[in-house]
Design a protein around this ligand. Sequence first.
Ligand code: GKR
Ligand code: MG
Length: 429
Amino acid sequence: MTRDLTVTEVRLTPILVADPPLLNTQGVHQPYTPRLIVEVVTADGVTGLGETYGDTKYLELARPLADRLTGRQITDVNALFGLDIAVDPARVDSSVDVGGLRGVLSADKLRLSVLSAFEVACLDALGKALGLPVHALLGGKVRDSVEYSAYLFYKWAGHPKGVAGEKDDWGAALDPAGVVEQARRFKERHGFTSFKLKGGVFPPEQEIAAVRALADAFPGHPLRLDPNGAWSVETSLRVAAELGGLLEYLEDPALGTPAMAEVAARTDVPLATNMCVTTFAEIEEAFTRGAVQVVLSDHHYWGGLRNTQRLAAICHAFGVGVSMHSNTHLGISLAAMTHVAATVADLDHACDSHYPWQSEDVLAERLTFTGGRIAVSDAPGLGVELDRDELARLHRRWTEDDGALRDRDDAAAMRVAEPDWVTPTMPRW
Ligand code: GKR
Ligand code: MG
């Protein structure tokens, strides 16, 4: 049977999704966070789904790319990556993304972050058209389920008074006991057996105490601490000395490759990153200086699932481990992460995922973690279906927003509670 794989329509739907008050070194999560849902429709009426960041700068770039994809084949993604689409320099002149939580923001990284959603949508559509799962299009799975780690955050019980937002039932976690209780619930609800604590929120001593409390409560469970570059080299070394034996790895203790290389040279604790190696161009210096032992890939800003495989191959060649970073994301991205993770042979660490924090999703059926793992779907495409009513509801929320929440700004969200809050200068400690 001949199929018509021509793209006849690309639908872009920006949405605002509920997010709990999770703390990080920049501030706190807004009550609603922007995401962009991409639908690629073929002449045969097959629809492929993709998802990426929804902030204005991503959306602005997605529009011309959507126009350029229309009329092409869904198998023509490589050419799309080669298109020269102008990026407004004002959109990248801040040089860091989300205050630096995702490393340097270049025009290329912005473009890749948008293209990744188109790539995933095309692969989903192609898989549906051929009756094959996305992992098969990527060369086939080497495991039937992918392990994720519980992503622990210091958090408030609720968003500041007077701020609209959804209630969550996680309660506050602002000290070691709160962190342990949160970990217990993660384990009970989703079966996770490894834990990552987002640090850089409190002085290092308090975060060291939280990790020690986790180690006592969950002996033998892999633990990680990620202060998003908030520490100096000396502080990083002090934390590494104190927590050494308890940590699977320390994630971005210090900011940038030179500082990470200095830390790595003076400790045996492995260092992971989603901040100093976030593009292919950053690999050479970091690897030759031995600055990182694990790269946390993210198919959004690395430019899709095939680029994630390329990154994994490079890491393998250099003896550097690979795992996955996560930012607030929904089920389409979790499905995409799971398909690609299933194809990477040497994925030696549980991947990160914010998904358990997201009470809302655009999927007809939420993905579920069992024993901390997501089963790799063998259904055609990504194996997920859109809930159109929910997509419309979350889009309405975006349309009705006066613009205040359409661009993620954790420092601004923090100022609602602490008017004098300024984005901390790094290193903070
Ligand atoms: O969502 O607060 C957050 C995280 O800090 C996130 O933005 C980071 O990019 O999770 C990420 C990380 O591992 O650094
Ligand atoms: Mg990180």
